[in-house]
Design a binder for this molecule. Structure first.
Ligand SMILES: NC(=O)c1ccc[n+]([C@@H]2O[C@H](COP(=O)([O-])OP(=O)(O)OC[C@H]3O[C@@H](n4cnc5c(N)ncnc54)[C@H](O)[C@@H]3O)[C@@H](O)[C@H]2O)c1
Length: 380
């Protein structure tokens, strides 16, 4: 993670977070460990709780024990998750790094500021009467492009393929939701040789999908055609009883949205009058009344984390570089309560560090070009 490493080296010299108490509710993975080390290098005291019990890497949690308080183990239940959040809150954090908004919701009254990294978390925070500023790192362009489009795009397919071992080429893959993540899933599925259908509720995004060359249609129609279904809407019930009724025998259902509500699991169970059994680790076969079988991957939980290893390290490098710079910004800036955009200069800083890590050089504007671009004079 060269981008984060370069920030950590600067933090070691400048100590911008000296004595600041940082609490983080994030996936406990090796990449998160690097973020924790960068924050520590900046002088912060760090406590970490697992944002999702299925993504926790216990070896990482243990290895981090010497630099941070770590709560949560793989497979923890909801009560253990709540205990982790409560433990972070009791440490009276000044800055909270969150993935889903539960930590910020529990601590916003005492925080100097928060940082939220998912769409779902931001939806919740915008609906709240926030007492502190929160930086929407999820909406920074570097995050959107890297994490959501390329990271989730690749790792979602990785999770489905690892769990089911299916060949994507020649199959029809239906993506429900063509936001940043849905775009990535659709793009990579096409690259793997699948025919891709997009289902949307937003006409602009649906139009964009069509212009990209994907088939666009209502989910009820796509239900009859798809071999693999991926939900990434951030909402609930994108796939439900009416869709299950129409699906082909052997259809694979996976969710890459944050919560396990995008595939209606209660309706799936109710439709499975022929029984439910595990046919592979992380793959449940639901037998419908007429004998058709629907295969649910990773219990409808976020498939790229539950069935694969989440985003590749170079993707998280960019995301966590933004988080580290956002924490530094919060420690130094005086922002009012509410959700704020990440300042564009942080976005550009991360992109520049990433390009440097890739060994890619780019042009700079000449003095003459800068003058031209900042002038109001009529163009010749
Ligand atoms: N798995 C991961 O690693 C990962 C990474 C980033 C985001 N996410 C999650 O993925 C979800 C989507 O995130 P995003 O950033 O793409 O959000 P987004 O808001 O950019 O896109 C969601 C899209 O879904 C559409 N939509 C909503 N309801 C729909 C429905 N019933 N049918 C069809 N389309 C519908 C919306 O119009 C929108 O275009 C969120 O839950 C987010 O937290 C997961």
């Amino acid at each position: 993670m060269p981008v984060l490493r370069s920030i950590r080296e600067r933090f070691e010299r400048e100590r911008p977070l000296d004595g600041v108490r940082v609490a983080a509710c994030l996936h406990v993975t090796a990449e998160t460990a690097n973020l924790v080390r960068a924050l520590r290098a900046g002088g912060a005291e760090v406590a970490l709780a697992a944002a999702n019990p299925l993504s926790t890497q216990d070896d990482v949690a243990e290895a981090l024990g010497d630099v941070a308080d770590v709560h949560g183990r793989r497979g923890d239940d909801a009560a253990a998750y709540a205990k982790g959040i409560a433990a972070l809150a009791s440490g009276e954090p000044q800055i909270a790094l969150d993935d889903g908004a539960d930590l910020i919701a529990a601590t916003h009254e005492q925080l100097r500021g928060g940082i939220e990294e998912t769409t779902t978390g931001l939806v919740r925070l915008r609906a709240m009467d926030l007492a502190c500023p929160v930086l929407a790192v999820n909406e920074a362009l570097a995050e959107r492009a890297f994490n959501d489009r390329y990271g989730t795009g690749q790792s979602t397919l990785d999770g489905i393929v690892r769990a089911t071992n299916i060949l994507l080429a020649g199959r029809t893959l239906v993506v429900l939701g063509y936001g940043w993540t849905g775009r990535g899933v659709a793009l990579r599925a096409r690259g793997a040789g699948a025919s891709v259908i997009v289902c949307e509720v937003d006409p602009l995004r649906a139009l964009e999908a069509r212009m990209e060359g994907f088939d666009v249609m209502p989910a009820l129609e796509a239900a009859e055609r798809g071999d693999v279904f991926v939900t990434v809407t951030g909402s609930r019930g994108a796939l439900r009883g009416a869709h299950f009724e129409r699906m082909k025998d052997g259809a694979v259902l996976a969710n890459a949205g944050h919560f396990d509500v995008e595939i209606d699991l209660a309706e799936l169970r109710a439709a499975a009058t022929g029984g439910v059994r595990e046919v592979l680790p992380l793959v449940e076969e639901h037998v419908l009344g007429d004998g058709r079988r629907l295969h649910l991957v990773a219990a409808g939980r976020v498939v790229n984390l539950a069935a694969a290893q989440g985003h590749p390290a170079e993707v998280m490098d960019v995301s966590f570089a933004l988080q580290a710079l956002a924490a530094e910004h919060l420690a130094g800036a005086d922002l009012g309560p509410g959700v704020h955009a990440v300042p564009p200069e942080l976005d550009r800083q991360v992109a520049a560090l990433k390009l440097a890590a890739l060994g890619v050089e780019i042009d700079t504007l000449t003095g003459d070009q800068e003058a031209y671009l900042s002038s109001w004079m009529p163009r010749p």
